[in-house]
Design a protein around this ligand. Structure first.
Ligand SMILES: Nc1ncnc2c1ncn2[C@@H]1O[C@H](COP(=O)(O)OP(=O)(O)OP(=O)(O)O)[C@@H](O)[C@H]1O
Length: 303
C-alpha cells in the first residue's frame, strides 16, 4: 500500500545554539491524523525542533515542507513546554484572546470558545482567573487555546509534565479526540509508558538526529527483537540451570530469553513438573519501549 503524503516533512534540519549543535540533520515525516511521539534523552534536540517548527527560532540548514493547502502558521497549533496562558485573565478571556490571535472568524468565536471550555472540562470555571487553576487545568486550557483555529497540525511539547493522573488521562482523551478529527499531532514526552500505549508511531531522537522511527512493533523488531523474558519463581531453592534458566542469588528465581513461548514454555514447565520442582509463579515479559530506548541511546529518560 502506498504511504499517504506527509502533512509535514522535516528535511535534514540543523540548528546550533552557540557551540552546541542541537539538531544535526534531523529528518522526519508527520502524516495526517497520526499521533507521533518524539522521544529522546535530555538535550537530544526535541524542544529546539519544536521551537523552529513553531517559528520561534530559525533553522541554520534544512527545511520544513508542509502539504499543499497547509499554510503554516495558520495550520499549526503549538503547546509549548512551559504553560503559556495569561494568569490574570479568566479561562474565557484567554480563549477569546487566543482566538483573536489565531484570526478565528469573530462570528464563530463565541461558539468555538464555548466548545473549547466544554472540551477542556472547564465550563464551570470559565469566569475564574487562571492563576487560581491547578497545573492540570492550566495545561488543558493551554491546549484548548492552541487549537481554537482548528489547525491541521498540533505540536505538543511535554503536555503532561507535573500533571496528576486524572488530568493526564483527560489530556490524552483530548489528544485522542483531536486525532480522531484528523489532526496530525507531534508530541514530545519523557513518559515511555504513555508513548508506548498512546502513540501511533514513535521517533527516537538522540544527539540531534532521528535514530529510529516506526510503530512499537517495528521498533522492537528492528532493535531488541521479539524474544520474551521468562521468569520462573520456585517454591524452594533449586538449581534449574539444566533447564536453561539462569538462577538469581536467592536460588529461587530463574530467568531465560525465549523466542517461541508456545513451545518452549510448555517444554520447560513439563520438565520441571517431571522432576518434581514446585513452581510458584511464571511471568512472561514482552520487550517494552524502554528496552528499545535503552538499546538505541544507552540512556534513561528522566522527566
Ligand atoms: N537557548 C539555548 N542556548 C544554548 N543552548 C541551548 C539553548 N537551547 C537548547 N540548548 C542546548 O541544545 C541542546 C538541545 O536542547 P533541547 O532543549 O532542544 O533538547 P531536548 O531534547 O528538548 O531536552 P529536554 O528533554 O531536556 O527538554 C542541549 O544541549 C541544550 O543545552
Amino acid at each position: 500500500m502506498p504511504l499517504p503524503t506527509a502533512i509535514l516533512s522535516i528535511q535534514a534540519a540543523e540548528k546550533s545554539h552557540g557551540k552546541t549543535r542541537a539538531l544535526r540533520g534531523l529528518s522526519l515525516d508527520l502524516f495526517p491524523g497520526e499521533l507521533l511521539g518524539l522521544l529522546g534523552p535530555n538535550g537530544a534536540g526535541k524542544t529546539s525542533l519544536i521551537r523552529c517548527l513553531a517559528g520561534r527560532s530559525r533553522l541554520d540548514k534544512g527545511a520544513f515542507t508542509f502539504a499543499t493547502g497547509t499554510d503554516a502558521p495558520h495550520s499549526l497549533g503549538v503547546v509549548p513546554q512551559s504553560i503559556a496562558v495569561y494568569q490574570d485573565l479568566t479561562a474565557q478571556q484567554n480563549l477569546v484572546a487566543f482566538g483573536k490571535l489565531h484570526a478565528v472568524d469573530r462570528h464563530q468565536l463565541g461558539e468555538r470558545v464555548d466548545q473549547a471550555l466544554q472540551w477542556a472540562n472547564l465550563t464551570d470555571r470559565r469566569h475564574h482567573l487562571v492563576r487560581t487553576f491547578s497545573g492540570g487545568m492550566q495545561r488543558r486550557l493551554n491546549i484548548a487555546c492552541s487549537v481554537l483555529h482548528h489547525p491541521a497540525i498540533l505540536l505538543l511539547d511535554e503536555p503532561t509534565v507535573g500533571v496528576d493522573p486524572q488530568s493526564r488521562s483527560r489530556i490524552y482523551e483530548m489528544i485522542d479526540e483531536l486525532r480522531d478529527r484528523g489532526t496530525a499531532i507531534l508530541l514530545t514526552t519523557h513518559q515511555l509508558d504513555e508513548a508506548q500505549y498512546r502513540c501511533d508511531r514513535i521517533a527516537i531522537v538522540d544527539l540531534g538526529k532521528v535514530v529510529c522511527v516506526g510503530t512499537l512493533d517495528e521498533l522492537i523488531a528492528s532493535t531488541v527483537g521479539h524474544c520474551q523474558l521468562l521468569r520462573i519463581r520456585f517454591q524452594h531453592v533449586v538449581d534449574a540451570t539444566r533447564y536453561g534458566l539462569s538462577m538469581d542469588d536467592s536460588g529461587t528465581t530463574g530467568t531465560c530469553v525465549i523466542s517461541d513461548p508456545a513451545t518452549q514454555l510448555a517444554e520447560i514447565l513439563t520438565s520441571l513438573d517431571r522432576d518434581q520442582h514446585r513452581v510458584g509463579q511464571v511471568l512472561l515479559q514482552q520487550p517494552t519501549l524502554e528496552d528499545v530506548f535503552l538499546h538505541l541511546t544507552g540512556k534513561e529518560l528522566r522527566e
